[in-house]
Design a binder for this molecule. Sequence first.
Ligand SMILES: Cc1cc2nc3c(=O)[nH]c(=O)nc-3n(C[C@H](O)[C@H](O)[C@H](O)COP(=O)(O)O)c2cc1C
Length: 388
Amino acid sequence: MRYLTAGESHGKQLTTIIEGIPSNMQIVKEDINASLLRRQKGHGRGKRMQIEKDLVEITSGIRHGYTIGSPISLVIHNDDFKHWLDVMGEDPIEEDTKIRRTVSRPRPGHADLNGALKYGHRDMRNVLERSSARETAARVAAGAVAKTMLKQLGIEVTAYVKEIAGIRASEDSSLSIEDRKMIAEESPVRTLDKSVEKSMMDAIDKAKKDGDSIGGVVEVYVEGMPAGVGSYVHYDRKLDSRIAGSVISINAFKGVEFGIGFEAARKNGSQVHDEIAWNEEDGYYRKTNRLGGFEGGMTTGMPIVVKGVMKPIPTLYKPLQSIDIETKEPFNASVERSDSCAVPAASVVMEHVVAFELARAITEQFPSDQFPTLQKAVADYREEIRCF
Ligand SMILES: Cc1cc2nc3c(=O)[nH]c(=O)nc-3n(C[C@H](O)[C@H](O)[C@H](O)COP(=O)(O)O)c2cc1C
């Protein structure tokens, strides 16, 4: 399984092409639209999310509610494109119009300057249009297909916000995955801890008022992954490493933790490792889940618990200094339309990015040309390892 995305933030559309989804798997566009809608919500999102109402158009790979084994292509139209026809059109334009519209002022914290240097763009719009987090809508679409597959294999994935601007949600490990989903969905900041919800929202409002931005920590929680998915034999087959890479590839994500994560550095081994137990019904399990569902690059069968750290959004109404690449003069970085905090939305992105890696690992490990065969293979494997 793999996917590619294409499209600029203010271009005509975003396109996702997914290869490797088994044939004969049930899927409808509502499965994808529900995910896209969740990405657009959250306290602190800016005007762009009011303009775009993301809905998917399926242009290949699905017939009559089932996958057919060929590449699945998904299109999300940018409603805003109609206002950007002359800026983003593909036809040549007059040289002086081009010069007038050139973006020569790189914004700190964005891809603008490095991308311009790499691709030789004197107009940095060529960089910012593609490096924008608008692309995460296309990634959520791919992840929604993966999530649909996982669900039919008995694997559930969800995500919520653990921390915004230093305000931390408390742990409640007794919550079921269904509760986690429901509570997060009802919260404007996707937190499971009602007692900090208001403070998080206040922090977002304050950042907005101050012309600043804030970041946070999000958690993805997965139940139902069988033990032994991934591999210990090569670095690029370790599933935790693939997940970590895919999380860091999300715009503005700067760190990843599994289970107790960085806290492990401060504890003794006896307080970190999870003791192994067995019973007839569940097979092997761990008495605790401090390692967050991974040992040796493979799943343990315990819930996967992975956190991602999002930096504060780099576009600030309070300007930061930068250098104009035409004049080499300093200037105060100007503001494009921006969110003040996108942590709740980013949790939905991370959920989908992780889901894609899980589904990919499953299709590599089990026969996956046809979905019913895959379903049977996963069910047989679960039974096999229970009494192993
Ligand atoms: C869901 C989401 C929404 C984002 N919205 C904005 C935004 O409105 N303004 C902004 O400056 N950055 C936003 N970002 C972050 C930037 O896209 C990101 O910081 C930038 O592309 C540079 O990449 P890097 O931070 O990974 O180095 C958003 C990120 C995510 C995940």
